[in-house]
Design a binder for this molecule. Sequence first.
Ligand SMILES: *Cc1c(COP(=O)(O)O)cnc(C)c1O
Length: 455
Amino acid sequence: MTEIPYKIYLEESEMPTQWYNVRADMKNKPAPLLNPATLKPITFDELRPVFCDELIKQELDDETAYFDIPTEIRDFYKMYRPSPLVRAYCLEKKLGTPAKIYYKFEGSNTSGSHKLNSAIAQAYYAKNQGLKGVTTETGAGQWGTALSMACSYLGLDCRVYMVKCSYEQKPFRREVMRTYGANVTPSPSETTEVGRRILAEFPGTSGSLGCAISEAVEAAESMEGYRYVLGSVLNQVLLHQSIIGLETKIALDKYDIKPDIIIGCAGGGSNLGGLISPFVGEQLRGEAEYQFIAVEPASCPSLTRGRFGYDYCDTGKVCPLAKMYTLGSGFIPSASHAGGLRYHGMNSVLSQLHHDGIMEARAVEQTSVFEAAVEFARVEGILPAPESSHAIRVAIDEAMKCKETGEEKTIVFGLTGTGYFDMYAYEKYNNGVMSDYIPTDEEIARGVAGMPNVE
Ligand SMILES: *Cc1c(COP(=O)(O)O)cnc(C)c1O
């Protein structure tokens, strides 16, 4: 058998030329988005004031399996893709596990995460439509950074609403965005009606992705030539992120490797959805079987403790409703350090897959996540993002189970990004003062009680 290298790199020419839409292979399609005013399935025309035309088509298409990646986007991808699939030999050795561990590393671009894969696509379609600029929200800052990079590359204006606690915790992220020419506002802010309303109701709030989304949507609708773009949660984002899974599959196939377990962290679900899509597709078509595991923070446990039903995607209730696992759009998670995972809901494709028993979910606590992050960093070299470290935690847990049973399972996980802007969080961990906040059953019940009464 051929020796598997530490890093499996693909040639530029091996990079996929199409994105894969897993919805095409789903028998139980995700439920349609609903118009918040009429509660009827939302139409292309109703979405046009908010989103770019081409992206709406992708959002609403449950049938087309493959979408061509435009040449301009592929050219941008070539700056940092194909990304490596790494065999974690050093981690395996350290753990003393018979398991074989691989990770797909998406952190080798300046934005430091997988978010750039969708940012460039969304900015490209906005530019193609002749728009002046885009508005968005950012939690941890990775999406805002990615979008700033994509917009500056294409000459589009970029307005970012950044969740206030991240804005304060991560001033350097903010400066990277400004360096790439973006305009950054802490959210909730006084610059929008919805921001003023939220501030009046919850003075001193540290903000949430749900609030920032409402503000960015309002800003887009009130400015001529602007549209709103979103870095996660939506099906179009999952589609763009399928490049992660497609490349992973090509790399594995090259060496005839068949994964048993595929693991990803889940905030809004885009990296996990992108990573598992091609494999889920195989399973849905009856060609293979895998174990898929979504990992979420115990502080924001939408899949493991939320309810499956229609909910608002934002706190201000201006966005369409999606059927998903949710903690309720009014749920404001505690200020954890995995900012990119602080979202009350979950992408509707992943929600449906979880509901149908195809994908399982686990919630993990913050200190155990950082313990895994440090263990990983010390042997594999890469300093992981707190979000990504959720996947590392469960990959290590699964590898340790193999150590007990002697099973030589093949584990693949998504390493979504680097944590250089998260050193405040690492400092807390290193000083032994990191806390684990887990919402009570009452808090969860209060959150889901705010869900709209829609079947
Ligand atoms: C945003 C982000 C996530 C979570 O977002 P998903 O849409 O669930 O993928 C995970 N890791 C990193 C590094 C991020 O920036």
